[in-house]
Write a protein that binds this ligand. Structure first.
Ligand SMILES: [Zn+2]
Length: 135
């Protein structure tokens, strides 16, 4: 990968990081006041759960982006952390913070879904479709 390609990915990562940091600044707004009515309580709780789930997703993504930026600094960006093959530029365009090549990612996804997956039935098509859409 050339230096200017890496610069582009770095810009994309920093832009995404800025976007996510802005949304976590809104964290304070999530403090929902307790209403005396129990239905409202439930509603508030559900809303808060949704907001918290979103924040957790954002926080995880922020960490992944920070790790990707660190890999740019130490020169290991674009190399799969698991098998040390180069991650395809197409994948990096879709997911600039990707730490694994598509094959290792599929394996990781598969082991996460182990309980739902029939042996031998790899969740291959789903990932392919995802990258086809993103490209
Ligand atoms: Zn790999």
């Amino acid at each position: 990968m050339t230096k200017s390609q890496i610069e582009k990915f770095k810009e994309a990562l920093l832009a995404k990081l800025a976007e996510l940091s802005q949304s976590s600044d809104r964290r304070d707004e999530i403090q929902i006041e307790r209403a005396p009515d129990s239905l409202d309580d439930l509603q508030n709780m559900l809303q808060r759960d949704l907001a918290v789930a979103q924040l957790n997703r954002d926080a995880r993504l922020i960490r992944e982006i920070q790790r990707a930026l660190a890999r740019i600094e130490d020169g290991s960006y674009g190399v799969c952390l698991h098998c040390e093959e180069e991650i395809s530029p197409r994948r990096l365009h879709a997911v600039p913070w990707a730490a694994l090549c598509i094959k290792c990612q599929e394996r990781a996804d598969a082991s996460q879904q182990e309980t739902e997956t029939v042996p031998g039935d790899e969740p291959f098509f789903e990932s392919q479709a995802y990258f086809a859409d993103a490209a």
